[in-house]
Write a protein that binds this ligand. Structure first.
Ligand code: SF4
Ligand code: SF4
Length: 91
């Protein structure tokens, strides 16, 4: 399936004209928190995130929580354990 978000990620087909905007934050029950001091800027989370909502923000890679669906893949693939998943209610 092709879709368009404001975070197209590495898999965007730039010739696609499909228009399905994916905002999934309303049903997410957990979210990723990045400890930027541990992030080594490898970009692995960016490559594996299925919604392509992770971007580098200078000090580290951070997810746009409006588009993050809370799957936890970024936390699983991070080689230095810089990402942890927390429940929405807690910080
Ligand atoms: S939890 Fe899933 S959707 Fe959210 S940033 Fe990580 S990999 Fe992407
Ligand atoms: S996978 Fe981990 S170390 Fe690599 S960019 Fe993402 S948060 Fe940083």
């Amino acid at each position: 399936m092709e879709y368009e978000t404001k975070h197209p990620g590495p898999w965007l087909d730039i010739d696609s004209d499909s228009r399905l905007v994916v905002r999934v934050c309303e049903w997410r029950y957990q979210k990723p928190i990045v400890k930027t001091s541990k992030c080594c800027h490898c970009g692995t989370c960016y490559l594996f995130c299925p919604t392509g909502c992770i971007a580098s923000h200078g000090t580290g890679f951070v997810a746009d929580l409006e588009y993050c669906k809370g799957c936890g893949i970024c936390a699983r693939v991070c080689p230095v354990n810089a990402v942890r998943m927390v429940f929405e209610e807690s910080e």
